[in-house]
Every structure is written in C-alpha cells, then in structure tokens.
Design a protein around this ligand. Structure first.
Ligand code: DX5
Ligand code: ZN
Length: 216
C-alpha cells in the first residue's frame, strides 16, 4: 500500500487544528510540509515555526519539502522544529552530497527532489546516499496544478535504477496527484503519494485519503 502524504499547503490556515484532527484520524501516513522562500520558487509559504506547530499537533511523520536556496543554512532549524524527513532540491544545491551528509548527521532522513526538467540520471551518484527521491510532477511553487504526464516514465526509470542497485530509497510523487492518476503512479513504482488539493478540496477528505491508500 502506498504511503499517503497530504500537503498542508492546501489546508485551511485559519483553522489548522481541524485539518490536523482530520489527518490524525485518517489513514494518512505523513504530513507533507512545503517550505517556499520566494527565490527558488515564485511563492512564499512558511518556515520552521509552523513546522514546530505541526510537530506538536501530530505523531505522524513530518515530511518537510524545502523549496529554498541555501538549504544548509536552515537544516538545523528544521531538525529542531521536529522534521523527520528533510528534502532538498537538486537544482538548489551546489554541494548536494555535503547537504545530504548534513541532514543525516542531524538525525533526519534525507530526500532529494527533482524538478520536471531534471533527469533521473542526474541522481545516479547520490541515490545510494539518500532515503527518498521526490519526483516533482508539477513545477514547484503552488498547489492545485495539473500533473505532467512525462512523470510516469521518470518514475519507471527511477524504479529500475533503485532496484538494479538493490536500494530501499522511497519514490515520492509531488504535484497534481489525483485518484485518477494514482493507480498508474503506483504501477510505475511510486511509494509515496503527496496530495494537496485532491485531499483538502474533496467533499470528504478522510474518505479520499482512504481511497488513495487502498490503491495498489
Ligand atoms: C508544490 C508543492 C506540492 C503541492 C501539492 O510546489 O511541493 O506539495 O502542495 O499540491 P497539489 O497536490 O494540489 O498539486
Ligand atoms: Zn511538496
């Protein structure tokens, strides 16, 4: 069964307690927390302070997706805030290997995200050092965008790379995931489904999470 990671970017920020209560009662596995700096991506969201509130609101895994430049400056702050997984973008890291070592030395699981234009091959020399690859299926910055279909063949290619090397790296899909495309993503080899609008705009978010969880 896939790991389901609702993106809180689509939650109601005037009543986060209600959305956290819903998620805690649901079959969601992770909280996916999207951090944006207005430089790496054209939007600003939230930082460690809010992650700390989410940490206190749940026992579920806090999966923090950094869409920021110079993530090394903030890794410790997110660790202190309670992040379990810290994902950085390959496009934002000049010294990716060093960034990964830093995240792991702080005791967090390390993830690398790739934008739609970034090839799976670019992960070849880092894949054995990380816990998770986040395959962006939209251009990062906003919730509610349409899924880019080319993602499917990237997932299959990544699945082959991971299996050929005998690794346990998780493949996470982020952006435009729906009940319609989730079965194909699982079929192609995805392990983790991030879902923002699909969950929080649903008439029954808990049932939608259960439906995503039941796929595969
Ligand atoms: C996009 C974020 C995503 C986004 C997903 O930049 O990284 O996590 O919130 O939202 P949906 O599922 O609505 O595309
Ligand atoms: Zn994300």
């Amino acid at each position: 069964m896939p790991i389901i990671a609702p993106s809180l970017l689509s939650a109601n920020f005037l009543n986060l307690q209600a959305d956290c209560d819903m998620l805690n009662q649901s079959q969601a596995d992770w909280y996916h927390l999207d951090v944006m700096d207005g430089r790496f991506v054209p939007n600003i969201s939230f930082g460690p302070m809010l992650v700390e509130f989410f940490r206190k609101a749940t026992n579920k895994v806090c999966d923090v997706h950094l869409m920021i430049e110079e993530p090394e400056k903030y890794a410790e702050a997110f660790q202190k805030a309670g992040a379990d997984n810290l994902t950085v973008h390959i496009e934002a890291c000049r010294h990716l290997h060093r960034n990964i070592q830093q995240i792991k030395s702080l005791g967090m699981k390390a993830g690398v995200a790739i934008n739609p234009h970034t090839s799976v091959e670019s992960l070849a020399d880092i894949i054995s050092d990380i816990d998770l690859v986040c395959v962006m299926s939209v251009n990062p910055g906003f919730g509610g965008q349409s899924f880019i279909p080319n993602t499917l063949q990237k997932v299959a290619q990544l699945r082959r790379m991971i299996d050929e090397k005998g690794l346990q790296v998780l493949i996470e899909i982020d952006g435009g995931v729906t009940l319609g495309n989730a079965p194909d993503l699982i079929q192609a080899g995805a392990d983790v489904l991030v879902a923002g609008n699909t969950v929080f705009r649903a008439s029954d978010p808990m049932a939608t999470i259960a439906a995503l969880k039941a796929i595969g």
